[in-house]
Write a protein that binds this ligand. Sequence first.
Ligand code: URA
Length: 274
Amino acid sequence: MQSGAADALAVVHEHILVCTDCPLHLKRTQAVPGTGPAGARIMAVGEGPGETEDRLGRPFVGAAGNVLTKLLESIGLRRDDIYITNVVKCRPPGNRDPEPAEMEACSHFLDAQIEIIRPDVILILGRHALARLLPGAGGISGLHGSRVVRGDRLYVPLYHPAAALYQGSLMRTLEDDMRKVRGYLDEAEARRRQPLPAAVPEGRAVASASATPPAAPPPPAEPLLRLASDEPDEPAPRLAPPEPDEPALRLGSPDPVEPAPPSEPPGRDQLSLF
Ligand code: URA
């Protein structure tokens, strides 16, 4: 079963590595399919590879990756236990935003990765991943840290880890949100451990009075936001109040180390993160 998922994931990776479905393949050094075990309980989805990722072929290995690794470790998770990928698998030149057509062309890969891994929780890193995975749900500043259910999947939108490199105060927000993620995971784990109801032999009474009922699931730590499924003609309810314009920050290439001055408008060659 597990090796079936690993094999299926390996096939998806192979397709990504040779994909030429959108113009991003023309300028890439290599595609960046994703890393982590096929049996991961947590998946993290970012925007797209940056300069370091394009060079090394692995996601989140630059400055933003260091932040992500620290955040995961802060709640006792090992990066290697998490499946990490991006909305687009090839680096947008100059770290520009991925175009809608590029995201669309890459979409089936992410869908396949989610379908194979079936994680308990999908961490959505930044606004581009949010728009791709929860279209119409609202903006990252309203949804970050909340648990959002759509269909049979559980998502937690978070600010992009690179945002904390530019705006120090967001590191605190990210840390707080990660603590919530820990709570969500603990609940998911508790649910998974619940004993299954005993099988009823054919032709027998439905329930025996002495049967022990399964333990009740723990109460949710935070209210669940349930979003409508993605019916094309049914707009999802808006959960967050209209967003103020999110600051568009861009990561330069190579990865930045200096925070941008707060009063400066973002430069054109920076990667938008929120
Ligand atoms: N930013 C992303 O969104 N993804 C990466 O892989 C690296 C930086």
